[in-house]
Design a protein around this ligand. Structure first.
Ligand code: ADP
Ligand code: MG
Length: 613
């Protein structure tokens, strides 16, 4: 199959290797198409993807056009022009023979021992000339770690050297006061939440400015962490702000914070685009005088005339929806307030942030106990009757359902389900229940009213566009039906699915789609195969390719020679921890054991402080 897009092309062809069937894919080699005839033999070199049984070909040759040069494991270099693979391989062999012994070790001895890494010179030799794939893998592991470790060392050293300059807010809240709040919660914190809580409180109590990213998959319970942090700030005598991307979310957080804070006499205000006139004026005055302790809002929070008396903590939820600037503006409304940023999307922005190391990262690695996994089905449109049966079964048991459409109203150009029509159909199919309609063209007041009635289970079926995508939390909703699901991106589908599976009942996600493209089909497969947000992101990246995913250079992501930011993410985090620990030891700055590393930092000009984020 040949696909063309822009000036590029993608050629894929089913192949047999002995009894194995797989797909070979070439980029920008459309001219090969004519040569790929059934039954012909071909030798392929490239990147193998076991899961998808797919080989992205970097070199291919037809034996009937001349003999293939080598039978054993050979390196394939990314080279071009007059430099041939053979020349490069020969030169590498010579270089290793002559200079291999002069390659110094750079990673601290303790770490090499801890991870059972190959020594540096051996690792370098094996990635060029592995005896077998296992050995090559060991070499790669070590070199990937080294690359990420050195990078993180640079970041962490920079931070360490610049720390003394920060004069952030010292939150003084004691543990007993925090416990009073946590004990009143209707559930026990998960171990992951407890760990994150400690990390955040530690930062808040220190004189350094907290700049922490909290990432956790949808439904992992980030909101309550934000609440604890805001509570801690207020009980230390400061004000807190929580900024979210949509009004619906602001209302929701407002309600849940009010419920949690009420017993402690902590006052919460709401500031969104629809709060204006007298109400807005009063709130602004109250914030400036310090009468309102916590404010929840949208972008409205960063308007010029919003002032705080003593802003101690800024929290932003679903941070990928905000630009760095917007967060910065809110932060400057206080004097070096602590900043907590929350996200359910591990990439791409989060990756960038982690990679740049200007934020500390906390991860909620588990969901609250007792959650039953969400079962995801993919069905074709001709199964709609059965889907209706399924919906009716859920609502009869007292549950609620979302139905998501790609469009608000009918379109001439696109033959996909629209919310307005589906709303009417659903009302006809379910006369005994109330069906709500939610989309971006409604006024904020209308939207709020619909959401409120869905929260209160006055509405059982909610037909909506993706405005419900981020953060909405209705635990009684157990069914998410997505119409023309192949119209949505993977991360969006995952976010939408995350609206269910939030309570104690089993939840389901039904994707209705007859995808026309291979990618659309593959998205449906990913969704039915995994519920893990990191995995979804990773496969999203696979599908789209890194260039497309990160918007190439514009992402500003550092480029690594070996490491892959996505698949080596765990190593990146480990390297980050190791580097941070190392620079925090005073011996790092003096001991001869680390001379090479210090020289490296010198070369990277860390000491001049010219590494700015
Ligand atoms: P997200 O991380 O997606 O923002 P939320 O903060 O909305 O997740 O939490 C999802 C649901 O889980 C909410 O209804 C919340 O009350 C509940 N929850 C949070 N923490 C726990 C816990 N430790 N035990 C049980 N339920 C919890
Ligand atoms: Mg949330």
């Amino acid at each position: 199959m040949l696909q063309r897009y822009g000036g590029k092309s993608r050629l894929s062809c089913k192949m047999m290797a002995e009894e194995w069937m797989f797909t070979a894919t070439w980029f920008n080699r459309h001219f090969l198409r004519e040569q790929l005839t059934a039954g012909r033999e071909i030798v392929l070199v490239g990147k193998w993807d076991q899961r998808r049984m797919q080989l992205t070909v970097s070199e291919s040759e037809f034996p009937d056009q001349g003999a293939w040069r080598s039978g054993t494991l050979q390196p394939v270099y990314s080279i071009g022009g007059k430099v041939t693979q053979t020349w490069m391989r020969k030169t590498m062999t010579q270089a290793l023979e002559q200079y291999g012994d002069m390659i110094p070790e750079i990673i601290p001895h303790e770490l090499i021992k801890q991870y059972h890494f190959l020594p540096r010179k051996q690792a370098i030799a094996t990635i060029h000339q592995p005896q077998d794939t296992h050995e090559g893998q060991l070499g790669r592991e070590r070199m990937v770690y080294e690359e990420l470790f050195l990078f993180q060392l640079k970041m962490q050293a920079f931070r360490a050297l610049n720390r003394g300059r920060m004069d952030g807010i010292v939150h003084t809240v004691d543990n007993k006061t925090v416990r009073e709040f946590v004990h009143r919660l209707p559930f026990e914190l998960t171990d992951a939440q407890k760990k994150v809580e400690l990390e955040i409180l530690h930062d808040m109590r220190s004189p350094y400015c907290m700049n922490r990213l909290l990432q956790g998959d949808v439904g992992s319970g980030k909101t309550v962490i934000a609440a604890i942090a805001l509570y801690a700030s207020v009980r230390s005598g400061f004000q807190g702000a929580l900024m979210v991307p949509t009004e619906i979310l602001a209302e929701q957080h407002m309600r849940s914070l009010e419920r949690m804070f009420e017993p402690f006499g902590i006052t919460v205000g709401l500031l969104t685009g629809s709060v204006n006139g007298r109400k807005r004026k009063d709130l602004l005055a109250s914030l400036q005088m310090g009468m309102t302790d916590v404010v929840v809002g949208t972008h409205a929070l960063i308007q010029e005339d919003v002032f705080f008396r003593q802003l101690g903590l800024v929290v932003t939820d679903e941070q990928h929806r905000f630009g760095v600037n917007q967060r910065g503006v809110l932060r400057r409304k206080g004097y070096n307030p602590d900043v907590l940023t929350m996200t359910a999307t591990p990439i791409p922005r989060t990756l960038a942030i982690t990679a740049f190391g200007d934020m500390d990262v906390s991860t909620l690695s588990e969901r609250p106990k007792g959650r039953i996994p969400i079962t995801t089905y993919w069905v074709k449109h001709n199964m709609m009757d059965r889907v209706l049966g399924f919906i009716s079964r859920e609502v009869e048991q007292g549950r609620q359902a979302y139905l998501i459409c790609p469009l608000i109203e009918e379109s001439e150009k696109l033959d996909v389900q629209n919310a307005i029509d589906l709303h009417i159909q659903m009302q006809q199919s379910f006369p005994a229940y109330r069906v709500g309609l939610l989309h971006g063209r409604m006024t904020p007041a209308e939207k709020e009213e619909v959401m409120r009635s869905f929260y209160d289970n006055e509405v059982q079926l909610l037909v909506s566009t993706t405005v419900v995508e981020v953060g909405v939390d209705v635990p009684n909703a157990t069914l998410m039906v997505i119409m023309d699901a192949d119209r949505f991106g993977l991360s969006q589908l995952h976010q939408l699915r995350g609206r269910v599976g939030r309570g104690k009942h089993a939840s389901f996600c039904v994707l209705i789609a007859d995808p026309k493209s291979e990618i659309g089909q593959e998205r449906m497969n990913v969704m039915t195969e995994t519920e893990d947000g990191f995995e979804v992101s990773r496969r999203d990246l696979d599908l789209r390719g890194p260039g497309d995913f990160f918007g190439t250079k514009q992402s500003g992501l550092p480029e690594f020679r070996l490491a892959d930011m996505v698949s080596d993410f765990a190593v990146l985090e480990q390297a980050r921890e190791d580097a941070a620990e190392l620079v925090s030891e005073s011996s790092f700055w003096t001991s001869p054991a680390y001379t090479l590393l210090r020289e490296y930092l010198q070369k990277e000009q860390i000491f001049q402080g010219d590494l700015v984020d």
